[in-house]
Design a binder for this molecule. Structure first.
Ligand code: 1HN
Length: 358
């Protein structure tokens, strides 16, 4: 039998009072927050967002006029998802930024728990030094800085160098595990020939007695020329995935696994004429166009994307790619971490229009 409105209101009032009393004692009724803390599907991946390269590059060049790398420590424009205003997140779990370093500059050496990746966007001849070794950067190169390794950057060329940074800082912060330290010298001492680790550990050979230092990848540079060769070989022989095109994941050649425990990075080629089927996974991703131009659809948003544009495909958002010319896209996400935890899932559209707003 239904109760009179006055009785319901009185009960509601005493329930509100009860909730307030609980809060005073640092208690919460689970029935008020359960939907929020244990949702039935992902809702907090942030918004789909697209930054065009001319805008990013223009702001980065301006930043280079207003602050030095020494002052800034790292001169980076953080790609912030508007759903996480003020938090510096690109997705719920990933950090992304565009870094610029001018000729003659040094970004001083430091180390931190967070792992970092770089994808070179413009300019040749800057370097990243990791653990006593430098790699010389060229566009399209993929470079990693493993957790807690000293790293610094410098530009010995005659033009600015810009790259995309990706870090797992929000995973580290979630677990409240950040530690960091400046190196006593702004450029760490170099003890190895440039690019030596790729030669020693990246050829399907290992020095006799090699012992892995988990979780550190001994290779930290994947030159774009090699990535292109791998993709071209894949294109010649392999079927093209209807959603993912031709995708190669970057791996530590000594383990066959992602160079990080937290982030998966990949390079995908969508051959000219590709019309991708909709796809979604629980790992939100940050992507950038390395070569070509195409169309990306995320839910009911569609972007024309060109070289060095950066965009975010949030977790569990249906998305698809089309390419009128060969389109090469770099992507990073938390896929490897979610797979390890047993959380990972993906879904493919069962009809060509699924996930596409009408
Ligand atoms: C960092 O160390 C770099 O080394 C770039 O280039 C961006 C963002 C947050 C924390 C550390 C770099 C970073 C960062």
């Amino acid at each position: 039998m239904s109760q009179p409105a006055a009785v319901i209101a009185a009960e509601r009032g005493s329930a509100d009072e009860f909730t307030k009393k609980l809060a005073d004692d640092n208690l919460q009724p689970l029935w008020h927050i359960m939907g929020r803390i244990a949702a039935h599907s992902p809702t907090r991946g942030g918004a789909p967002i697209h930054w065009q390269w001319p805008l990013l590059r223009g702001h980065a060049m301006k930043a280079a006029e207003v602050i030095t790398t020494e002052e800034a420590e790292r001169r980076v424009l953080v790609l912030e998802n508007p759903s996480f205003a003020g938090e510096g997140r690109a997705t719920n779990s990933l950090y992304a930024g565009v870094q610029i370093i001018l000729p003659g500059e040094v970004a001083p050496s430091h180390k931190h728990t967070a792992s970092a990746l770089r994808l070179v966007m413009e300019g040749t001849g800057a370097y990243t030094a990791v653990d006593g070794e430098r790699v010389i950067m060229s566009p399209g190169d993929f470079i990693v800085t493993p957790s807690s390794t000293f790293h610094d950057h410098g530009n010995r060329a005659d033009a600015p160098v810009l790259w995309l940074d990706g870090l797992d800082v929000f995973v580290v912060n979630l677990l409240n595990a950040p530690f960091g330290e400046e190196h006593p010298q702004s450029s760490q001492p170099i003890t190895q020939p440039d690019g030596n680790s790729l030669k020693r550990f990246g050829q399907g050979l290992l020095p006799y007695g090699f012992a892995r230092q988990e979780p550190r990848s001994p290779v930290f540079w994947w030159p774009y020329s090699r990535t292109c060769e791998a993709l071209a070989a894949m294109r010649a022989t392999d079927p093209i995935d209807p959603s993912l095109g031709l995708r190669m994941d970057f791996v530590d050649p000594t383990s066959g696994r992602s160079p990080f425990k937290t982030m998966t990075a990949s390079m995908s080629l969508f051959p000219a004429g590709f019309r991708g089927a909709a796809y979604r996974s629980v790992s939100g991703a940050v992507m950038t166009v390395v070569e070509g131009q195409g169309t990306v659809r995320v839910g009911d948003t569609e972007w024309t994307v060109g070289k060095n544009d950066v965009f975010v495909v949030p977790s569990w958002n249906w998305h698809s790619f089309s390419a009128d010319e060969d389109l090469t896209i770099f992507s990073f996400s938390d896929e490897v971490l979610q797979r390890h935890l047993g959380f990972w899932r993906d879904e493919r559209a069962s009809s060509p229009t699924q996930g596409v707003a009408t």
